[in-house]
Design a protein around this ligand. Sequence first.
Ligand SMILES: C[S@@+](CC[C@H](N)C(=O)[O-])C[C@H]1O[C@@H](n2cnc3c(N)ncnc32)[C@H](O)[C@@H]1O
Length: 246
Amino acid sequence: MHEVDEESRYISDFYAYLEQPENETRYAPTLDWLSRRFGQTRFSLLDVGCGHGQLRRFVPPTCDYVGIDHSVHAIDRCRGLFPDGEFHHLDVQEAIGLWGPEGRRFDAVVFAGMINHMVEKDTLETKSDRRIMSAYIERLSKPGGYLSLIVGVPYRSDPEYGFYPQAAWKHDKVGEATAGLPLDLAALTLTAQLGLEERIRQQRQRPDWFIERPEDATPNRHTGAYIGALTALFRIRSATATRLDG
Ligand SMILES: C[S@@+](CC[C@H](N)C(=O)[O-])C[C@H]1O[C@@H](n2cnc3c(N)ncnc32)[C@H](O)[C@@H]1O
């Protein structure tokens, strides 16, 4: 899956699909819920694995946004795009070690496109989603704060890779990542861009990220194009997460 190293993905256009306007909708449920929950009250939001900082574009002015990513290219780009933004070049676990002891905690922690995608930069070994979630709840979240998991749901025309089977699979992944953690599900939604494929087919110039038959695509090019997203928003029950062994 991770045949391309993490920096190359940002040097090439591998992640370009994440910036396409068609895919911006993945953040909408989270921002809608948080805006309604916090109203005019300021709140802090940590965007874990922020990539090119797309989420930063949509947060309300009352949000104190912080983005972290282990890609130097991604963070440099974020700093160029949002000169007044707070971005850190950090591994997910480094952030815990850095801010945990300082007591820096966030009202909302967002993992967008991160389930199954958190890796050791050098070895590309996949990190345990559940272990990371547990640590973020315990060390970096405010009690009563929110954890949002946004998972892209790409799909194809064949039944096995259809939209709902994919969404069900992603739902299971969210369940595995959060099993036994002190979380209450506050909202769960599946956003689809119905008719998007047809609209794209009608365009004179198709977006280059759109692959009609993903099975024809080379393995490292836009194979993750979102067309839908599953969002699970959790309320954090207490600051004391279930400690995992090891
Ligand atoms: C699929 S992209 C999602 C980017 C962004 N959140 C979005 O929704 O557009 C996954 C991101 O996670 C970052 N990432 C992967 N493993 C990481 C780690 N261990 N620490 C920090 N960032 C990581 C990658 O560099 C990449 O930007």
